[in-house]
Every structure is written in C-alpha cells, then in structure tokens.
Design a protein. Structure first.
Length: 453
C-alpha cells in the first residue's frame, strides 16, 4: 500500500513535500516524493491523506495502561499523597475492571498516534490489551517489596509470569521485561535479584528513579511521607529502613542494575551532575515524563544537562492516573515549554525546538528502549509503524506554516487521522478497527463509579 500526504516527516532526515511511504507486509519498503515512489512502484494501491503529515508512530516510553480508569480520580495533590490515594482505591477494582482499563489505555494510545509503549504492570493486562488492539511494545513485569523475606517468592512468581507473558505475546511485537518498582518500594536484595534475572534471561529493565523530592529525602535522609505514612499503608512499618546518605541514583548504582544492557530510568527529576554522570557512564536511558512531573509537583528534569552528558532520552506519559490524557502532542509541547521556561532568553543558540521534541517522541524513544533499528523513523526496512496527522480540517490547525511547528505547538491527539502498526491499520479516521469503542467507554463509566469518593 502506498500512503501519501502533503508532508512526510521521516525524522531520520529532512521532511519531504508531496511525499509517499510504501508499505509491504509489516515493513516500510520506500520513502520519498510521491512522484519518485510511484514511478518506481507503479500499480500500488494509493491511500492519500491530503494536507496531513505522515510520520513514524510515537514511542511512549513510560505508561501503565491498566491505570487508565484512574483518570481524574486523584488530581490535585502532590506525588506521595497521590500515590497513597491511588493505592487505597486499587482494591475496589475486580480483575475484569483492570483488564478493561488496560484496553481503554491501549485504545487511547492507538487513537493518539502511539504505536509502541513501554508499560509497567504486575498483572499482565497490558500484554493482553496490546495484543487485542494491535499495539506494540515492551511490557515490564513489576516487582516490589521492602521485606527481604518476601524477595525470593516475589521473584519466583515474576519469573513464571514473564514466561507466561512471553508465550501469550507469541509472534506479536510485544517484548517482556522486568521492573523493580522504585527505591522506596524495593529491598536492595530485590534489585540484585532482578538484575541477575535480567542478565540471565536478557530482559530489558525499567525502574522509577529519582522522581519526587519525597523519594530523594527518603533515600538520603530516611525522612518524608514515604518513610512514614506510605510505609505504614504498604504494611512495611516493621521493616527497618536506614538513611543511606546518598541520592537515589547513587543508591541504586550499588545493586548492579545499571550494569545491564537495556536499562530505562523513569523520571530522573531529582538528580545532580554526579547522578547524571552515573547514568551516562552506564548507558542508562531516561524516560522523561514532563507533564506528570509537573502535575504531581515532582519538578522539571534537567534535560539540557541530559543532552550534554549524551544520555538517551524518550518521552513518557505515565498513564491517565497521573497525566489525564495519553497525548504525545501535549507531552512534546508542555515538555518544550517547561524547558524554555527554565532556560530563559539568554539561551538562544541552544533554544529547545519543535524538531528536538519530535525526535524525543520518536527515534530517541526507540533508542531509549534499544529498538532504534526497528522503529522510531520512516526508513526502508523498518517496521511499518506509521501515523497520519491532519493539518487542515480543524480551525485550530489552519493555516499551516512549518509542519514540525504545527505538530508540536498546535496539534493534539484528536488530529490523528490514522495509526498503523506493523503494516496493520488499527485506527482510521475516528474508527477503532480492533476494539469495540462503545463497550470500552461504557465499561470505563461503570468502573469509574467504583472509584468515586
Ligand atoms: Zn510510572
């Protein structure tokens, strides 16, 4: 099939006016001007999107699909209070609710132009939801406990799940990894055990790290709400915790996780130059979640310093539980605006641009997951993960000047016209082709009633 549009943004090179992308099976075969591609491949079925952009699908490097029904459930409190309130509501949901919540999340992702997610879960619902919708990604099996006595058991169950989820994923483009949750929910021996398993089984790893100031204070000084109220609520009040005297990054460094190949550190807001040196020297990638970090009062990650240290950074939404919409356009725009707010006018030559954030949301995200050879740009041989974004039929989108600028400064998730993963159309002009939208929305309302109050 030949996809054509006014603009093709391959991300790996300059944009092409009156461009075309040729897809065969699950692969991209050619990218170029419409004239050239048609001349080289006559007789192909053409699908024209008009004044629109064809670009690689977005890579959401951090989410929790099954938390989608928590949208709006806890909105106006800072990080630790948010975490605790969400945790208190969790038991109200039945297993089927979690599953339908994950489907809602996968649907929203697909409708927003996201083609690959890096999801953290302990239930495996994300694997099933991704399969059902056709979404690709890495699903990390979350492990957590502060109680050393529970570590072996937790790891055993996790390993069995990883095998089961791999079997479930089958030939679909869904990889399974492991995610020790965070420094405030994992005993050090759990980090070591997870590192050993990841090394033995060649698993990608994700960890929430240096997100909030409360986490920093907990790790370094043994204080903050995470040391008191949260541990009480989590049932770890009788498990000792001593101040470590170091930052969360320096603390986790000791337990072997950073020595692995594909490690993704989520948030990395509360970091200093030494911490960034550690991440860079170990080749740890960062999932930057600017909107979630702002909303929960976690702070603004030092993106300029990440770049100067050569860190690989992708953009993550962190699910509607903390971020209300899974909108990669909002993520790019707000991420860009926050960085400009702190860098100021004097930084003219290093001013953050729309193109930079387009790369973070696509090819850099792919690189952060160790998948840049397969996804993240429109190039012959890569998987056909392609989206079309409208630039012409909504009042807020016209007139269009520069397509990068239109995508980052103007567009939103509603402007996505089509989403294709591995050559298969999943979303097309408002229609979800793989899931029942009416059922998903009705179920979300039902589940929402359980979360009120
Ligand atoms: Zn998260």
């Amino acid at each position: 099939m030949l996809l054509t549009a006014k603009y093709v943004i391959p991300v790996s090179g300059p944009h092409i006016e009156d461009g075309a992308v040729l897809v065969s099976g699950d692969r991209i075969v050619a990218v170029g001007t419409r004239q050239d591609v048609v001349a080289a491949h006559p007789g192909e079925e053409v699908r024209d999107f008009g004044l629109a952009v064809l670009m690689p699908g977005f890579v959401d490097v951090h989410t929790h699909l099954e938390y989608s029904v928590f949208r709006g459930a806890v909105d106006d409190v800072p990080y630790t209070a948010w975490k605790m309130q969400v945790q208190r509501k969790e038991p109200r949901l039945a297993p089927a609710d979690w599953m339908d919540s994950a489907v809602l999340g996968a649907m929203e992702a697909v409708g927003s132009g996201i083609t690959t997610v890096a999801d953290i879960t302990d239930s495996g619902n994300s694997v099933r939801a991704a399969k059902q919708t056709g979404l690709a990604g890495i699903v990390y099996r979350e492990v957590s406990t502060m109680d050393k006595r529970q570590v072996a058991g937790r790891m055993q169950t996790a390993e069995a799940d990883i095998d089961a989820w791999r079997a479930l994923a089958g030939d679909d483009p869904i990889e399974i990894g492991i995610a020790p949750h965070s420094p405030y929910t994992c005993h050090p021996s759990l980090f070591s055990a997870a590192a050993t398993l990841a090394s033995d089984r060649s698993l990608p790893v994700a960890i929430h790290l240096a997100g909030s100031r409360d986490e920093y204070d907990f790790v370094r000084y043994g204080s903050s709400n995470l040391a008191q109220d949260f541990r009480e609520q989590a049932g770890w009040h009788d498990v000792a915790w001593m101040p470590t005297g170091v930052s969360p990054v320096q603390y986790v460094l000791q337990w072997g996780l950073f020595d692995l190949e594909r490690v993704l550190a989520v948030h990395c807001v509360q970091v200093d130059e030494r911490d960034i040196d550690v991440l860079a020297s170990h080749g740890v990638s960062v999932a930057h979640c600017p909107r979630c970090n702002a909303k929960l009062g976690m702070g603004i990650a030092p993106l300029r310093s990440f770049f100067e240290h050569g860190l690989t950074v992708g953009l993550g939404t962190d699910s509607p539980a903390s971020n209300n919409t899974v909108d990669p356009f909002d993520e790019m725009r707000i991420g860009l605006l926050l960085q400009r707010s702190v860098s100021g006018e004097s930084d003219f030559y290093r001013y953050f641009t729309a193109r930079t954030f387009m790369r973070l949301a696509t090819i850099h995200g792919a690189r952060a997951l160790g998948m840049e050879d397969e996804i993240g740009s429109l190039e012959a041989g890569k998987r056909a993960d392609i989206i079309a974004v409208d630039l012409s039929s909504s009042p807020h989108m016209v007139p269009t000047a520069d397509p990068y600028s239109a995508l980052v400064h103007t567009a939103n998730q509603k402007d996505v016209l089509a989403t294709m993963v591995a050559g298969r159309m999943l979303f097309d002009r408002g229609e979800y082709l793989t899931v029942d939208k009416e059922r998903a929305l009705a179920r979300a309302q039902e589940i929402r009633d359980k979360l009120r109050g």
